[in-house]
Design a protein around this ligand. Structure first.
Ligand code: SF4
Length: 344
């Protein structure tokens, strides 16, 4: 590992527009930063060098791990499998509750990192006989070029690819990436634009658009909603979110309510009460969501999958471990109802 930037690999950023006076507009994400000469955008990963925007987040991941796929969380995508997971530093959100703020709020050259070209990522995963790669921990949008090249190469080797993302990306780059993506878990932080700004620095509408695009493009989708006490725990807001999801055809998409633990700028808030999470689950099910999970609270049994028709237990999980799986050929083993997901 090293702390210098691998300068040979700095390359022009995709999705930029030149402006007057040497400034550049980044059109990768909805922030649309106007970047002055020598400066970086809000995400710390795109720098204006002599009037051209360069990505600083290429082939320099700061986190590399092999995770259970359930940790992303993805519950209807290759359950029980391992996924090679990586991140560079940087993020286009500034979440008050970020668990990974040391790397998400830094630029790639400020943190200890590996030098790892896309070919090496795919080879590392392949050597470990891991069939999928996740871009996760920070925000894949801000290391887009690295994600794109790695995902494209992974597909050539018949590997699957996953993003775990805040969904804050413009339409064109997302559409360009979709052919090389198999699954996504998108954080839907709350369902109120003012609150979105306060919690993350971003806004709600682009995230909803991302959900629609991923679904339309056939990328397997799951959604995570972290419930932060006193911020995103209002039952009415959760109900509005679930109604929007059902009204827009997302009722078959797994929805993960996740428990908040004190972090970053919210060290004094308590963890989300279990009763709040269970109330959210009830609201979602009543609204019509078919696969609702409660995460970060193992041992309560709310991470299990049930058949929406015969109600039998289909996948039993303890934390990130799959104990039993009664899905056969994409269907309930008992009543043969198709269960949406990517099962093999
Ligand atoms: S990707 Fe980064 S530089 Fe580009 S618009 Fe978003 S925050 Fe700004």
């Amino acid at each position: 590992m090293n702390t210098s930037i691998a300068s040979d690999w700095i390359q022009p950023a995709l999705y930029q527009q030149p402006l007057e006076n040497g400034m550049v507009k980044c059109v990768l994400c909805p922030h649309q930063c106007m970047v002055h000469e020598g400066k970086t955008g809000l995400c710390h990963t795109r720098q204006n060098i002599n009037g051209v925007l360069f990505t600083l987040a290429y082939a320099n991941p700061c986190s590399l791990n092999v995770d259970p796929i359930e940790k992303k969380p993805l519950f209807h995508f290759l359950p029980g499998s391992k996924i090679f997971s990586l991140a560079t530093a940087g993020c286009n959100f500034k979440c008050l509750n970020c668990q990974n703020w040391e790397i998400s709020q830094s630029s790639p050259q400020e943190v200890i990192h590996y030098d790892l070209l896309p070919e090496a990522v795919v080879e590392l995963a392949s050597n470990r006989q891991i069939a999928s790669i996740a871009f996760t921990y920070t925000e894949p949008t801000v290391f887009y070029e690295y994600v794109y090249d790695t995902a494209k190469l992974a597909h050539q080797k018949n590997m699957k690819t996953v993003i775990v993302s805040n969904g804050y990306i413009n339409e064109k780059p997302l559409l360009d990436l979709c052919p090389f993506l198999d699954a996504a878990n998108i954080d839907l932080k709350c369902f109120d634009n003012h609150l979105y700004r306060k919690l993350t620095g971003g806004s709600l509408e682009p995230v909803l658009k991302t959900l629609k695009i991923l679904k339309e493009q056939g990328v397997w989708l799951e959604i995570t909603n972290l419930i932060v006490p006193t911020y995103s725990d209002a039952p009415e807001m959760i109900e509005n979110m679930c109604k929007w999801l059902v009204d827009n055809g997302f009722e078959d998409i797994p929805l993960h309510f996740s428990r908040f633990f004190p972090a970053n700028q919210l060290p004094d808030l308590p963890p989300t009460p279990i009763k709040t999470l269970l109330a959210a689950r009830e609201i979602a099910q009543t609204a019509g969501m078919k696969y609702v999970y409660v995460g970060n609270v193992p041992a309560l049994g709310y991470e299990n999958t049930f058949c929406p028709s015969c109600k039998k237990l289909l996948i039993e999980r303890t934390g990130f471990t799959v104990n039993k799986n009664f899905i056969n050929d994409g269907k309930c083993l008992f009543c043969h109802t198709p269960i949406p997901g990517v099962w093999q």
